[in-house]
Every structure is written in structure tokens, then in C-alpha cells.
Design a protein around this ligand. Structure first.
Ligand SMILES: Cc1cc2nc3c(=O)[nH]c(=O)nc-3n(C[C@H](O)[C@H](O)[C@H](O)COP(=O)(O)OP(=O)(O)OC[C@H]3O[C@@H](n4cnc5c(N)ncnc54)[C@H](O)[C@@H]3O)c2cc1C
Ligand code: HEM
Length: 397
């Protein structure tokens, strides 16, 4: 909990620090990477740095944490912290690195705000930083311990046993452990980091959701090739598409992620669009494998049936469940039992008391979430996964 003295200073300075956080975090990353270039080799995602999204997620999370401390001093904003802690463990963040981040973040605050940062102001924000860091370090230690990796290293080699073309721009890789030793269990909906060496010699990590395979002791990831248009093409997805074949090996982290299917009896509404179907496919596979009798409403939106990744798996799995119903929307027109256009819940009955898992592009999730709230689903029952830095974090805290 924040001391009373610091709380007053944070309240008074939050507007000015909040307004400058984007400049502060930009300066923070520039100075930190200049002196610690190793953090850009196998840890930070340089695509997210180029787009500025990681910077906005970091700034948003600090502002949200400070606001939460002021508004609800006795409560820890666990939803916010858990999301970050899972991402941190997936990229291998260690306790000692919080000292490095602190040094450059507070250097950037002093540089950008100049004399406005009196020693009292610096001390109050220091308290916020270490409260947040302490909470994250504790959560991360628990998550690493569950993954059997107290030292923070969860990397293992996996062999590609099959490469499957799902659609024109999506491939799945079925993976088997390349060595011995226990494979940490995955919960349906979780993701791994894939660590690859790029042509310039540096390593890059990207997260891919486990889309199935668990039952056979295998792992499956399903990767959409990201084309840049005017911007550069996505570097890791392109490398996986063009350079990885059956028989090759990949380096994967243990599974992480807080958006995972919880056991229970409540009806489920599983909602996805595009490549956002990967966690949903894993959840369906788990429900099928455990003989679940839960009521399931499966909703998916895509451009066309041909472009809908894992469509046949989703159909087969949903049709095999005793109490599941599925509705697919295709923008280029209905075929068979699907519907034309975009997802619309106006005439879809959402089961009372349903728990929702949602994944897809942010504009789709915003629209789906507002329709679900309109249909009476409680905000706390809508769990969502963002395939990138979570720019919603501040609002979900
Ligand atoms: C929890 C989670 C789960 C995920 N699950 C999946 C999954 O199951 N399947 C899947 O396919 N993906 C998934 N993703 C997304 C995946 O991690 C990658 O983000 C995706 O594959 C793109 O990576 P990339 O290296 O190909 O693109 P990047 O190189 O990271 O580029 C990303 C975007 O930034 C743009 N960009 C890059 N450099 C610049 C620049 N200099 N200037 C302007 N723009 C630039 C690119 O054009 C592109 O649009 C998931 C992400 C998360 C966080
Ligand atoms: C209190 C301190 C910190 C805060 C508030 C913080 C906050 C965040 C946030 C909000 C995200 C984005 C989560 C998401 O995907 O939605 C993130 C990701 C990340 N953080 Fe931190 N972080 C902190 C400390 C650290 C430290 C010490 C390191 C290690 C040097 C680190 C490395 C990373 C990396 C590598 C990512 C993923 C970035 C990417 O893939 O683009 N963070 N952090």
C-alpha cells in the first residue's frame, strides 16, 4: 500500500506524468537499449518497438496501477498484474532486470520533466515503481515455479513432426519434444514463446497459442503469415512460413497465459475472428477430450470459409460435443449453415450465466464485447486475449 504522503504527491503529479508517459517511455527504451543492446537479442520484440505499441502498453499499465493505488488502496489490481507477469515469464524476465528498468525509466522521467521532479516527487514515484515491481516479481516467481523453472529459463527444443497448410496464409506446426525430461502441462488457451534466430544473427521471440495436440503428447501452433503492405512484412511469421519444415527443430518456452479455460459447469460462449481461433480451438479440443457436457455456443467471424483457419477442426469438435451450437459469419457471403456479414448477436440467445472467452483483432473484440455486455453478460465474465501488447490493460484493471 502506498504511504499517505506519497499518495498525495502521486495524486497531484499523475496528470502531468500521465500526459508525458509516452515521451518518457520512448526515451526510456532508447537509452536502455543503447546501453543494454543484449535486451533486443532474444527478449524484446523489435516489431512492437517499431510500432510503439509496447511503449504504450507499458505507459498505460503504470498509469493504471498508480490510479488503482489511489482509488482502491486496499486492493491489488491483479488482473492487470497477472497479464503482465505471464508475458514477462514467457520472455524470461528475471528479478535483477527490474533494477535496470528502474534506472532507465527514472532517468527518462528526470530528463523529460526536468526540475518538476523534486526529490519528493521522485521518491513517491519510486514507491509506486517498487510496489508494482514487487508484486510482479512475486507473481512471476509463482508462475516460474509452476512451470518447473525457478531460474527463469523455460526453453526447450521441439521437433516439427508435421507442417500443415491450413489456409493460403496460415500453417500449423505439430511439435514433439526433441529431448527427454518432463513437458510442463499447458492449460487450454495458453501460449508459448517461439525463439528464432533471424538472418541478421539476433534472436526474436514471438508468442503463439497452443492450438491443439495436447492429447497425443504433442504441441500444435498455428501461425498466420503477417504481410506488411506498406510496412515491412512480419519477420518471425514470414521466417516460420518460408523456412521451417517437418524435421526441423524450434525453441519454445513453457506454456504461459492467464486467459485459459477454467473448469466448471457454467455455459461457455467461445468467440473468435481470424487467427484468434487458436485458443478457442484448444478449448474445444479440451472439452471434447474430457467428455464435457457443458453448454457451448461457438461464434466465429471471418472473411470466407476458405480463409477460416482450423475451420474443419472447429466444426468437428463442436459437432461432437453433446450441448454445443456453432454460428460462423463470413463477410463474403453465407455458405451452407453459416451467416453472411459480420458477427451480430441481435438474434443469438446468449445462455444466462455464461462465461465468455474472446480472441481476435482489437476492433472485433471491442465490438463483440459491447454486444455481449448489451446481451447481459457481466464484464467480469468476459475473458479476452490480445495477440500483441495489451492496449486495453489500463481499462481492465
Ligand atoms: C498471447 C499471444 C498469442 C498469440 N497467438 C498467435 C497465434 O496463435 N497465431 C498467430 O499467427 N499469431 C499469434 N500471435 C501473434 C504473434 O505473436 C506475432 O505477433 C505475429 O506472428 C507477428 O509477428 P511477426 O514477427 O511476423 O511480425 P513483426 O515483425 O513483429 O511485425 C508486426 C507488425 O508490425 C509491423 N512493423 C514491423 N516493423 C515495422 C516498422 N519498422 N515500421 C512500421 N511497421 C512495422 C509489421 O508490418 C507488422 O504488421 C500471438 C500474440 C500474442 C501476444
Ligand atoms: C514495474 C516494472 C515493469 C512494468 C510496469 C512492465 C510492464 C509491461 C507491460 C504492460 C507489458 C505488456 C504486456 C502485454 O503484452 O500486454 C510488458 C511486456 C514486456 N516486458 Fe515489462 N514491465 C516491467 C518490467 C520489465 C522488466 C524488468 C523487463 C526486463 C528487462 C521487462 C521486459 C518486458 C518484455 C520483454 C515484454 C514483452 C515485450 C514485447 O514482446 O513487445 N519488463 N511489460
Amino acid at each position: 500500500m502506498l504511504s499517505a504522503e506519497s499518495a498525495g504527491i502521486i495524486r497531484a503529479t499523475l496528470p502531468v506524468i500521465g500526459a508525458s508517459l509516452d515521451t518518457i517511455t520512448a526515451r526510456f527504451y532508447t537509452t536502455m537499449f543503447a546501453e543494454h543492446p543484449e535486451l533486443l537479442d532474444g527478449m524484446f520484440n523489435r516489431g512492437n518497438q517499431a510500432s510503439g505499441e509496447q511503449r504504450r502498453a507499458l505507459a498505460g499499465s503504470i498509469a493504471a496501477f498508480a490510479t488503482a493505488l489511489l482509488e482502491r488502496p486496499d486492493e491489488r489490481p491483479d488482473r492487470l498484474l497477472t497479464r503482465i507477469a505471464h508475458k514477462h515469464t514467457a520472455v524470461g524476465v528475471t528479478d535483477d532486470q527490474y533494477v535496470i528498468v528502474h534506472k532507465y525509466l527514472f532517468g527518462a522521467i528526470a530528463d523529460v520533466l526536468g526540475e518538476a521532479v523534486t526529490p519528493e516527487v521522485a521518491a513517491a514515484w519510486d514507491e509506486v515503481y517498487w510496489l508494482m515491481a514487487g508484486a510482479l516479481i512475486a507473481l512471476e516467481a509463482r508462475i516460474y515455479a509452476r512451470a518447473g523453472a525457478e531460474d527463469g529459463s523455460t526453453w526447450r527444443r521441439w521437433r516439427v513432426v508435421e507442417r500443415r497448410q491450413e489456409t493460403a496464409d496460415v500453417v500449423s506446426f505439430l511439435l514433439r519434444p526433441a529431448g527427454d525430461g518432463p513437458v510442463p502441462p499447458a492449460r487450454p488457451g495458453q501460449y508459448v514463446s517461439v525463439r528464432v534466430r533471424m538472418p541478421d544473427g539476433t534472436h526474436q521471440l514471438r508468442q503463439y497459442t497452443l492450438s491443439g495436440g495436447e492429447r497425443d503428447g504433442l504441441r500444435k501452433i498455428t501461425v498466420k503469415r503477417v504481410l506488411g503492405g506498406d510496412a515491412p512484412d512480419g519477420e518471425v511469421s514470414t521466417l516460420l512460413h518460408t523456412g521451417v519444415r517437418a524435421g526441423d527443430e524450434l525453441t519454445l518456452s513453457a506454456p504461459f497465459g492467464d486467459v485459459a479455460l477454467e473448469d466448471g459447469d457454467a455455459p461457455l460462449v467461445l468467440v473468435s475472428a481470424g487467427i484468434g481461433c487458436t485458443p478457442i480451438a484448444a478449448m474445444l479440443e479440451h472439452l471434447a477430450a474430457t467428455g464435457s457436457t457443458r453448454r457451448v455456443l461457438l461464434l466465429h467471424a471471418d472473411r470466407s470459409p476458405e480463409g477460416h483457419p482450423l475451420r474443419r477442426d472447429m466444426e468437428r469438435l463442436a459437432d461432437g460435443l453433446p450441448s454445443a451450437r456453432r454460428i460462423f459469419w463470413y463477410e463474403d457471403g453465407a455458405r451452407g449453415d453459416s451467416r453472411p456479414g459480420r458477427l451480430s448477436l441481435s438474434d443469438v440467445e446468449i445462455p444466462p450465466g455464461a462465461v465468455v472467452y474472446l480472441c481476435g483483432p482489437l476492433p472485433f473484440m471491442r465490438e463483440a464485447r459491447s454486444q455481449l455486455l448489451g446481451a447481459g453478460v457481466a464484464a467480469r465474465d468476459i475473458h479476452y486475449e490480445v495477440f500483441g501488447p495489451d492496449l486495453w490493460l489500463g481499462h481492465a484493471a
